[in-house]
Design a protein. Structure first.
Length: 329
């Protein structure tokens, strides 16, 4: 059974999207068609010393682009590849994008020159994307509707792909869950925001159940996850693997917005960063000292900002007209 078939089986039960989602997909597809001629083939690669991102500029909206890490506000290279969400590490890229002519999405695996090496169908609206440091594992999160416990509202599905074995997990909801050291089962599991460690099979993610949004540690081989801490969303593991940047619901209530923060895994200390605006994004580490994230500025437009990871300093505009940042060391 090939990868495409396995994923189709994994998502067979998730076939209905809300009307708003369908409209969004249609608009995204139209935008991609409008900008199909933008960019230059081969202009962007996954070589080091660059910052990769998705452009939100009118001239090349959605196109995978890059700038020199030493001059992020300078001239940008723009590719012909369009994505709704993009990320890269270890010479591998992940691109979540609309399927041509359809109101569905797909995951495209990109090589170092942004050539598509594999395509996997997805059911849902792209939300998060990550690649392991060695480029061998990919993760995605999509919004879906239709879960009976959720009253027609959006839920999430998080999946992973291991390129070394071609194995796919269409959802993490089938994993055995341990909450506070005890086996736990519930109908309302939601997972999102996967971030990988350098160790094979190991990852962190957010799991929600009831009123809790837990940081969980997972093992894809054992198919297990265990909770580590509450009120941690969209985790991102630092390059030295000692800290996790994340968005923390203000006063534990997502309705009040999120504060980008950093968790020290050894001590459990949480440090709110100097960015006090609402950050609804999965942070990305530029290096062991700096965290980047996207902030919307107007309809369809975002900018990438950066802030010190130790709580000092002040936010600075890193890349205008950009989102989905990824540092290419």
């Amino acid at each position: 059974m090939n990868t495409r078939t396995r994923v189709l089986i994994a998502v067979t039960g998730v076939l209905t999207l809300a009307a708003a989602a369908v409209i969004y997909v249609g608009v995204a597809g139209a935008r991609n068609q409008d900008t199909a001629s933008a960019g230059t083939s081969g202009a962007v690669t996954l070589e080091g010393g660059r910052l990769l991102f998705r452009s939100t500029a009118d001239a090349d909206r959605g196109h995978v682009s890059s700038v020199a890490a030493a001059d992020p506000g300078g001239a940008r290279a723009v590719s012909t590849v369009s994505c709704a969400r993009v990320y890269a590490a270890g010479g591998t890229g992940i691109c979540l994008r609309p399927e041509t002519g359809l109101t569905t999405y797909q995951l495209a695996v990109l090589d170092g020159k942004l050539a598509v090496t594999q395509e996997i169908p997805l059911v849902g609206l792209p939300n998060r994307a990550r690649v392991s440091p060695d480029g061998r594992r990919l993760a995605w999160t999509v919004f879906v509707t239709g879960d009976s416990y959720n009253g027609g509202r959006f839920s999430t599905r998080a999946g992973t792909l291991d390129l070394t074995t071609d194995s796919v997990e269409g959802t993490l909801e089938d994993f055995a869950v341990t909450v506070d050291g005890k086996p736990y089962k519930a109908a309302d599991f939601n997972f999102w925001g996967v971030t990988f460690t350098r160790q094979p099979n190991r990852f962190y993610a957010t799991m929600s159940t009831g009123s809790h949004r837990y940081l969980v540690e997972g093992d894809s081989k054992a198919r297990t996850v265990k909770t580590l801490r509450d009120n941690v969303e969209c985790p991102s593991l630092s390059p030295d693997e000692t800290r996790i940047a994340f968005k923390s619901a203000i006063d534990g209530d997502p309705a009040k917005g999120w504060r980008v923060s950093v968790l020290d895994l050894a001590s459990g200390t949480v440090t709110p960063l100097a960015e006090t605006r609402n950050v609804d994004d999965q942070p990305a580490w530029l290096d062991d000292r700096t965290v980047a994230y996207a902030l919307p500025r107007a309809q369809g437009h975002s900018d990438v900002w950066a802030v010190p990871a130790d709580g000092t300093g002040a936010p600075r505009l890193l890349i205008p007209e950009a989102e989905s940042p990824a540092a290419l060391p």
